[in-house]
Design a protein around this ligand. Sequence first.
Ligand code: 13P
Ligand code: SF4
Length: 310
Amino acid sequence: MNIAEEIRCLCREKNAIIMAHYYQRPEIQDIADFVGDSLALAQVAAKTDADIIVMCGVHFMAETAKILCPDKKVLIPAPEAGCSLADSCKAADLAAWKAAHPDHMVVSYVNTSAAVKALTDVVVTSSNALKIVKQLPEDKPILFGPDQNLGGYINRMTGRKMELWNGGCHVHARFSEEALLALKEQYPNAKVLAHPECKQSILQHADIIGSTQALLNYAKAHPEHKSFLVVTESGILHEMQKACPEVEFIAVPAVMDDMTICQCNECEYMRMCALENLYNCLRDEIGEIIVDEAIAKDAIRPIQRMLEMS
Ligand code: 13P
Ligand code: SF4
């Protein structure tokens, strides 16, 4: 058997499910039982009857699955796969921000640690952030973190004046507006698909702004568009190209250097998971996620609130 067949065999033996985010390497997406955005990964984790969940993604995704499924074994093939956005907000700093704004409610992006979620009123993902914030009482002031770009986008869309944490994702922050404009000239009919973690200077040129799933859904639902400029981590292009083989998807680069060579903007944390560490993780059941019980007890409420509101 090759390594992919051995991994599938281990899944059957152990009643394990492999879940993968759209930013994972193509071969990981292809071997997974389920591929989705942050919201869908949480929704599927909440409902699975597998005994083992293997989360091919970054640490906060596996942690969210463990919080939702405390009785299951949750494994991550690359336990060192963190997230610059989650790291931009430490629980102690959020606690101090909260203490300085005692009348505010706290809305946190899912890209946060369990300890930050435990201090949160409602968690959101890029799929449901707009929908959830619109449901919150208009007279209630909000602290939103840690993604300043997503928060700014929601403020502009809703007219709310949420206080924003000064955090961000280094991958989405580095997209080049200059390169995007050059590509728009080169492909004048292409629609621009952008993730709300991008800066406003990028979002202002977007035709569609949404989560990875929303961008994929748009491309699938609009076969009349024959080309798209994609401004998010380039892993999503794998599923886009599979779903719409006739369509041209162009990954917008992070730099303007030499546009003739591949400049795909990749998240190095997402790329840490490979077939070899996935196989070892499943075979030896290593990389288990443990969440402190007291933190998990407080963190589950805002996640469940999100699932109810989305
Ligand atoms: P979504 O999957 O919710 O679009 O989030 C993107 C992301 O950066 C995950 O790390
Ligand atoms: Fe975190 Fe950005 Fe990587 Fe997503 S792409 S996991 S937000 S560092």
